[in-house]
Ligand binder design. Structure first.
Ligand code: PGA
Length: 261
């Protein structure tokens, strides 16, 4: 199974545009057994958009949730509320949010998502790569804190997105290379194997790439060794989404047509 997580961030401005983009993405996804597409719109649209969800392979995710105990609650949304709406996934630890969140808070969010029955899409990455490979230790530390207290039956359900912070969002210079992604994915997988001591459990965890995916670099990531992508800005462009979906489906042996040529 390949994954495509579309993080719409703070877009679009209206429900009508959100519904149109969702329906176009749903059409591009089509019937598939090898690809799971998870649309993460602003939370204000989740309830309305949930009405368009009727397949396990095309689902909604939230962009954040609160753990609901200590801390400020005004303006926040809990994992229970997401669960009540039928939302099955939530992005946590995203670098744009991690700027204003502590590692411990991310951990509380991950725990609260699991206890509410919502699956975390946990983003993790480094600010920069240094020659002494300190970035590798930073990723391991972040995984340790963010996953503190998460049990084996929970970890087997998680989705991890490796998102090098230097490659995410408008300030990014470029995407990582496939080689850089695979290096990080191996570090993540090895570290989780050390931590949970169950190769067969960790092998099942999808490790996605996220950061500045666009039409020029999509092809290098549509690879057997990549479990999927977390796409931000390009997920608002239906032709780009169509291309990604098409490439992943083809990789998995499904030969459909492009919907939006
Ligand atoms: P980007 O964002 O594709 O716009 O760089 C990725 C993300 O939301 O993590």
């Amino acid at each position: 199974m390949k994954y495509l997580i579309n993080n719409w961030k703070m877009n679009p401005d209206s429900l009508e545009e959100a519904r149109n983009l969702l329906l176009a993405t749903k059409k591009a996804t089509g019937e598939t057994e090898t690809l799971k597409v998870i649309i993460c719109p602003p939370s204000i649209f989740l309830e309305e958009l949930q009405e368009e969800i009727d397949s396990d392979n095309f689902q909604l995710g939230a962009q954040n949730c609160h753990w609901g105990q200590d801390g400020a609650h005004t303006g926040e949304i809990s994992a229970e509320m997401l669960h009540e709406l039928g939302v099955k996934y939530v992005i946590l630890g995203h670098s744009e949010r991690a700027e204003i969140e502590t590692e411990e808070e991310i951990n509380k969010k991950v725990k609260s998502a699991f206890s509410a029955g919502v699956i975390p899409i946990l983003a993790v990455g480094e600010e920069m790569r240094d020659k002494n490979n300190k970035w590798q230790d930073l990723i391991k530390e972040r995984l340790d804190t963010r996953l503190k207290g998460i049990k084996e039956d929970e970890i087997s359900k998680i989705i991890i997105a490796y998102e090098p912070i230097w490659a995410v969002g408008e300030k990014a210079k470029s995407a990582a290379s496939l080689k850089e992604f695979l290096e990080a994915a191996e570090i993540i997988e090895d570290h989780l194997t050390d931590k949970y001591k169950k190769v067969e459990v960790v092998e099942q965890i999808p490790i996605l790439y996220g950061g500045s995916i666009d039409e020029d670099n999509i092809s290098q990531f549509a690879e057997e060794t990549v479990d999927g992508l977390l796409v931000g800005r390009a997920s608002l462009d239906i032709k780009m989404v169509d291309t990604i979906v098409h490439k992943f489906k083809k990789l998995c042996g499904e030969h459909g047509e492009l919907e939006y040529e």
